[in-house]
Design a protein around this ligand. Structure first.
Ligand code: ZN
Length: 674
């Protein structure tokens, strides 16, 4: 039900260079730029040092990771595959003709690039439908040229309405207060049912399961629809059910992976296969328990219906996959943290009744990602904490990872982009960020994932679903506050995680600036903040600004017509983080919906239009795309003369367009309508 990525995409990472002009210079880490997106390549250091079996395991799991791409397109939008396939046909047919030079064609190419990036026609972050920059007239001409009865995916008129009608399917995920969040959202998790029906359906399921100490995550792997008799039923995602052709391929590669797995890995790979075959969520829990116990493994993976950010009710999970292995050197950091987990819990500035008496199974490591798939591609998390089921986390613990080669790639791609020079007023703050930016980001992510999400406990009688549409934002706020509070604790110096509290102050300056100001550049003018990680950051920053106003803890300084957000008192700010953590933990522990709603609605949503316009203008002048995502490396099996696999090679020559065309050609298994 919770957690996951910190959402510190491109904007969140500090430039490590102070040169302001390198953006124009060659940037070998950026492979493509369009609209508000930059596409970055990442490397997989250490891959060559894996054993042959480990390399094969990575290879097979990577193939499995690519096989679920269509599922996500369909989950995001009922006609997502139809739009993608039609555009790909027009693009590949047209790109070698003279038409390819036209503005209209280039605008369609840009639109298609955005569709690939978002796994659909709605922005991956704002959830708003894309506005095409080519005309319907031109587009219909292209359809007439290249779409015929053999390759038609969708009726042309419907397709044009989907692309050009602003009002139709306007938002993938609409959580505005007062709307029916189910019927107002264009995702494909529900059809023909409204919010009231959905809530009643799952309330009845939960009631039947009342008292089960191992509650099933009902609804996680299904679409909810009405059948021909008007009965509400689930269409479950499994072999033989919805999405079967793609899941069969995923299982095919998991079977291969199983053969090169070690005995521990084999157990949960088998459990995952069993779950995919049946759709039985109890088997998914079994898989998670086996998986979370295996903390020794070097190569590890996520593969399944995992995170529920795309469902306005936080129930249905999107398909994703991450294949990774341990970054041994960087793991020393998280090992220290895990060893001190109980100390952190015992000293948390919250009501002692809501502290965990015994922190179990904190397993944290730093990983190197080898392949991203589904909802982790092309945009990805930089930290993951799984599994999500509260009872498994409580009874068996959770695995928490931070992804070092991805943050490294972000940092490299941001070098010299001039961001800090524009938005950070004081040289002392810039200097701290320059020295400690990467370390403070890494530690913030580690603390958030490794300890933050896992901390605290519910009051007796609280179920955990009381906060409804506010739960994601409040959960992220809780984890962030835990991280921010402890980042500024002398304990971190004492146990050797940071050389000086300046590391924390670097993060504090940046976090507040980002939460109040710079992250707004990602939001269209006139819109509110919707995404839960962004809401969380705004909530924390604005709350601390207001509460510390009398003491001038945070100040908005105006200079030469520009506004700067500056932290004046780091020590007092840390106390404010602690106070807010106490309140957010209370809200979660007691399931206090009204208090949670008030916090989010008062601090996290509304944007001052003038302030907003200024941020956007300054950011645009820097020419920095606010979002980043990735191309995957490619892997190749190497055989000897007898046809035995003797090695796996990794290559970094992938280009954005070619990679997506290749995935659509070789890893596309679903029919257009599912
Ligand atoms: Zn989180």
């Amino acid at each position: 039900m919770m957690n996951k990525f910190l959402g510190l995409t491109a904007m969140g990472i500090f430039a490590v260079s102070t040169m302001a002009s390198a953006q124009e210079a060659e940037q070998p880490w950026i492979v493509d730029r369009f609209d508000d997106i930059k596409v970055i390549r990442y490397e997989v250091p250490g891959f060559d040092n894996l054993t042959l079996k480990e390399k094969q395991y990575v290879y097979y799991l990577s193939e499995a990771a690519k096989c679920g791409r269509d599922i996500l397109f369909d989950q995001n939008f009922k006609y997502g595959l139809a739009v993608r396939r039609t555009l790909e046909t027009l693009y590949t047919e047209g790109r070698n003709t003279a038409e390819a030079e036209s503005e209209e064609f280039k605008a369609m190419e840009k639109y298609l690039k955005k569709v690939w990036f978002a796994n659909g026609i709605h922005h991956h972050y704002s959830n708003d439908k894309f506005t095409p920059e080519f005309s319907e007239e031109w587009f219909r001409g292209q359809l007439a040229l290249y779409i015929n009865d053999d390759n038609r995916q969708i009726d042309n008129d419907l397709l044009c309405r989907i692309i050009f009608d602003k009002e139709l399917y306007a938002s993938r995920l609409n959580q505005k207060a007062g709307v029916d969040v189910i019927t107002a959202s264009a995702n494909n998790y529900y059809e023909g049912v409204n919010q009231e029906e959905v809530e009643a359906f799952y309330a009845a399921m939960a009631a039947a399961d009342e008292g089960n100490p191992e509650p099933i995550s009902y609804g996680l792997n299904s679409k909810l629809v009405k059948d021909e008799n008007g009965e509400i039923v689930e269409r479950v995602w499994h072999i033989g059910g919805m999405y079967s052709p793609a899941i069969e391929q995923i299982v095919f590669w998991l079977e291969k992976a199983k053969k090169v797995a070690n005995p521990e890995q084999r157990k949960y790979v088998q459990a995952l296969i069993d779950y995919y075959r049946t759709g039985d969520l109890a088997l998914f829990d079994k898989y998670n328990i086996l998986w979370v116990r295996d903390t020794d493994t070097n190569v590890d993976f996520v593969n399944g219906f995992i995170e529920s950010y795309g469902d306005p009710l936080g129930r249905k999970a999107s398909w994703e996959s991450v294949v990774n292995f341990r970054d041994v050197e960087a793991c020393k950091r998280t090992e220290i943290m895990a060893a001190n987990a109980q100390w952190f819990e015992d000293h948390a500035p919250i009501n002692p009744a809501y502290r965990k008496e015994e922190v179990k199974g904190v397993s944290a490591k730093v990983i190197t990602v080898a392949m991203l798939g589904g909802d982790c591609f092309p945009a990805t998390a930089i930290g993951i904490n799984l599994p999500n089921a509260d009872w498994i986390r409580k009874e068996h613990g959770s695995k928490s990872v931070t992804i070092d080669n991805i943050t490294y790639a972000y940092a490299k791609a941001a070098e010299g982009n001039g961001f800090n020079e524009e938005f950070v007023l004081r040289e002392a703050d810039r200097e701290r960020m320059r020295l400690y930016g990467k370390l403070s980001d890494d530690l913030h992510t580690d603390l958030h994932e490794c300890l933050g999400h896992g901390s605290g406990q519910l009051a007796p009688g609280t179920k955990g679903d009381e906060l409804r549409t506010y739960s994601s934002t409040l959960e992220e706020a809780r984890a962030d506050l835990f991280a921010l509070y402890y980042l500024g604790d002398e304990k971190l110096v004492e146990i050797g995680l940071i050389p000086t509290l300046d590391v924390a102050w670097a993060q504090y300056s940046k976090y507040i600036m980002n939460g109040m100001q710079t992250q707004l550049s990602r939001i269209e003018l006139g819109k509110d903040v919707e995404e839960s990680h962004m809401r969380n950051r705004k909530l924390i920053a604005e709350w601390c600004y207001e509460k510390g106003k009398a003491e001038n803890v945070i100040e908005i300084v105006e200079q030469d017509g520009k506004h700067y957000v500056v932290v004046n008192d780091f020590v007092r700010l840390r106390e404010l983080f602690g106070e807010l953590l106490c309140e957010v933990q209370r809200i979660k522990s007691e399931g206090d919906y009204e208090a949670g709603k008030a916090l989010v609605e008062n601090y996290a949503v509304k944007v001052d239009p003038e302030f907003h316009a200024e941020v956007i203008a300054r950011n645009q002048a820097l020419n920095i795309e606010p979002y980043g995502g990735f191309v995957n490396p490619s892997y190749e099996l190497v055989y000897d003369k007898k046809g035995r696999i003797i090695d796996v090679k990794v290559c970094y020559d992938s280009q954005y367009v070619e990679q997506h065309l290749e995935y659509s050609k070789n890893y596309s298994f679903l029919p257009t309508m599912n």
